[in-house]
Design a protein around this ligand. Structure first.
Ligand code: NAI
Length: 209
């Protein structure tokens, strides 16, 4: 049975937040942290944190706290961030270009190998040395360059089509920014990122206050 089957979605969703907080603490030179201190910082309960970590066999010494850099490394491994990943982006518009311009992904091991678009005015350009290629070449490129992750930054009505093309070439992971939930087979991971959903939630909260 894979880990995905054993660990709940809610725990998986909290792991990146643990990783982010622990990485910051490690950078600031914090060596040890108790689950209570971690819970105060993160806005979770200490028992929630202990329960979450128990899903992976614990990590901490009772009463002595967690070693921050060990815990950070463990969570990094659990997330799979100790490996490098090759990435392509479909859609070289505002969002595709912004993502390609962000150097932080490389620092975490995500290497954007190419961007694909249909617009002849964009094809042939490059962003930080990453070439914008014709979408017609995407399939061959994916097959020949061991691409792990496809980022979808095309208009809504093209998002499923582009996702399907990526999957046909063996991509197992789709990060979709178009405002529809793209569908993928069971063996392909997908994260649909809807930035405006969080904006609408924000506005709701603002109007409730
Ligand atoms: P954009 O219009 O600037 O860029 C879209 C790009 O996709 C264009 O360059 C277009 O030529 C290309 N394209 C169209 N059909 C294609 C196809 N079949 N294959 C490859 N490329 C194709 O749009 P933008 O702002 O970059 O947004 C991209 C997607 O992300 C949209 O679905 C949008 O709703 C969504 N989004 C954008 C946000 C933003 O801040 N820009 C925020 C949240 C969502």
């Amino acid at each position: 049975m894979s880990r995905r089957n054993r660990v709940s979605e809610a725990v998986i969703r909290r792991l990146p937040k643990y990783y982010r907080y622990l990485k910051d603490m490690e950078k600031s030179g914090v060596e040890r942290i108790s689950s209570r201190e971690l819970s105060d910082k993160m806005g979770l309960t200490a028992s929630q944190i202990r329960q979450d970590f128990n899903c992976f066999g614990g990590f901490g010494q009772q009463g002595y706290g967690y070693n921050v850099s060990e815990l950070c490394n463990e969570i990094k491994k659990i997330l799979g961030l100790h490996k490098n990943y090759n990435v392509v982006i479909a859609g070289a518009g505002n969002l595709g270009q912004a993502l390609a311009n962000y150097v932080g992904f490389e620092r975490e091991g995500f290497y954007i190998k190419a961007i694909f678009d249909v617009n002849p005015r964009l094809i042939g350009m490059s962003i930080r040395g990453i070439q914008i290629l014709d979408i017609d070449h995407m399939k061959d490129f994916i097959i020949n360059n061991n691409i792990h992750i496809g980022i979808v930054c095309v208009p809504k009505d093209k998002a499923q089509e582009v996702t399907d093309q990526m999957i046909e070439c063996g991509i197992k992971s789709i990060w979709n920014f178009a405002p529809i939930d793209v569908e993928t087979p069971a063996d392909v991971a997908v994260e649909n990122v809807h930035l405006s959903d969080t904006l609408y939630t924000l506005v709701y909260k603002m109007n409730e206050i």
